[in-house]
Design a protein around this ligand. Structure first.
Ligand SMILES: C[S@@+](CC[C@H](N)C(=O)[O-])C[C@H]1O[C@@H](n2cnc3c(N)ncnc32)[C@H](O)[C@@H]1O
Length: 303
C-alpha cells in the first residue's frame, strides 16, 4: 500500500470503525491482493483503503448491506443523488453546512454545545416517522437518518421501525467528501456484497492463491452495540474457521483485543501464539461513557 495516498473515510461513520487504525493495520497487509474478502464489513473503512482487484464484502446486518448496495448503485449518478439530498434537507429543514442551511446564531448562543440537535430535532422526527410509515423504503432517507442520528447508528425496534434519536451533528463537508470518495471506489472497483453470518459466508467462498481475508469481528471483551450479537461460542468458531483457512494456505489478518480494562480473552491469547501478533496502538473510546480504556489491540496474521 502506498502510505502517501490519502485515507478515505467511510460515509457510514461507523461506531468502532477502523478509520483511525487503518494506516497502521494495512502496513501488515500483503503487497499483492487478488480478492479482498471481508466477512465483518461494518462501514467499510478498511476495504476503501486497500488495493485489490476484487472485493467480496459481507456483514450480518442487512440494513448496513442494503445501504452499501444503495450507495454503490448511486456511484454513477452522483450529481442526481446530491441534488436529492439537497431537496430532502430543505424539505425537512435540516442543518447542512455544505448547502448553506446553517443554524441561526441565536440558537448557537442559546445551546452552545447542542445547537445541531436542537435545530434538527423536529425535522429529524418527521423524516423518521415518514420513513417508518412509508410502504416503499427510500434508502437515501435511511442514509440521512444515519447521518443526522445519535452516534450515527442504525437501530430498529421489534416492529422494524428505525428508532435512533437525533444526534448533535450536521451534514458537513466531511460527509460529502466521504460520499464522493466512496463513489470513486465503487466506480473503479469490482465490489460485491452479501448479508450472511460469517460462517456461511467464509465456508462458501471459493478462494484462490492471492486472496486475502481481513477479519474485524465484534470483540468478545469490549462493549459496543453490535457486541450483543457476539459470544464465546462464535469467537471460538471464528478461530476454527481461520485455522482451516490457514491449513488451505489462505492468508488472513484478524483484528482483536486481547485485554480490555482488566479483562482478558484467554482463549484468543492462547490461540494467537501459533500466528504472528502485532500490537496496534489503539485509541478506542468506550461507546458507553466516552472514556479511554486500557486495552491491548492486536493484529494477528498467518503470513
Ligand atoms: C467491529 S465491526 C466492523 C467494523 C469495520 N471494520 C469498520 O471499519 O467499519 C463488526 C461488524 O460485525 C458484524 N457482525 C456481527 N456478528 C456477525 C456475524 N455473525 N456474521 C457477520 N457479521 C457480523 C456487525 O454487524 C458489525 O458491523
Amino acid at each position: 500500500m502506498n502510505p502517501d495516498v490519502r485515507l478515505k473515510r467511510s460515509p457510514f461513520f461507523y461506531v468502532g470503525d477502523k478509520f483511525k487504525l487503518i494506516a497502521e493495520i494495512r502496513k501488515h497487509f500483503p503487497e499483492k491482493i487478488n480478492t479482498f474478502v471481508e466477512p465483518f464489513l461494518g462501514g467499510g473503512s478498511v476495504f476503501l483503503n486497500v488495493d485489490a482487484k476484487h472485493y467480496v464484502l459481507n456483514d450480518i446486518d442487512e440494513n448496513v448491506i442494503a445501504l452499501h448496495k444503495f450507495l454503490t448503485s448511486q456511484a454513477s449518478k452522483e450529481k442526481a443523488l446530491v441534488t436529492r439530498i439537497k431537496d430532502l434537507v430543505e424539505q425537512y429543514n435540516l442543518s447542512c453546512s455544505v448547502f448553506e442551511n446553517v443554524v441561526p446564531i441565536e440558537l448557537k448562543k442559546k445551546w452552545p454545545k447542542t445547537y445541531y440537535a436542537e435545530f434538527n430535532r423536529k425535522g429529524y422526527g418527521l423524516l423518521k416517522s415518514d420513513y417508518n410509515t412509508s410502504k416503499k423504503k427510500d434508502l437515501l432517507v435511511l442514509f440521512l437518518l444515519l447521518i443526522y442520528g445519535f452516534n450515527r447508528m442504525l437501530r430498529f425496534n421489534r416492529k422494524g421501525e428505525f428508532n435512533i434519536p437525533v444526534g448533535n451533528v450536521d451534514f458537513n463537508q466531511n460527509v460529502l467528501k466521504a460520499l464522493q470518495d466512496y463513489f470513486v471506489t465503487a466506480r473503479e472497483k469490482e465490489v460485491s456484497f452479501s448479508a450472511q453470518d460469517f460462517k456461511k459466508f467464509l465456508t462458501s467462498q471459493k478462494f484462490s492463491k492471492n486472496d486475502f481475508v481481513y477479519v474485524d469481528p465484534p470483540y468478545l471483551i469490549s462493549a459496543s452495540e453490535y457486541n450483543k450479537l457476539w459470544n464465546e461460542e462464535l469467537d471460538g468458531e471464528l478461530m476454527q474457521i481461520l485455522d482451516r483457512l490457514n491449513d488451505k494456505g489462505i492468508r488472513f489478518a484478524l483484528s482483536n483485543i486481547s485485554a480490555y480494562n482488566g479483562r482478558k480473552n484467554e482463549k484468543l491469547i492462547s490461540w494467537m501464539k501459533k500466528y504472528n501478533v502485532y500490537p496496534i496502538k489503539s485509541n478506542y473510546i468506550s461507546y458507553h461513557n466516552n472514556t479511554k480504556k486500557e486495552i491491548t489491540e492486536v493484529l494477528i496474521t498467518n503470513y
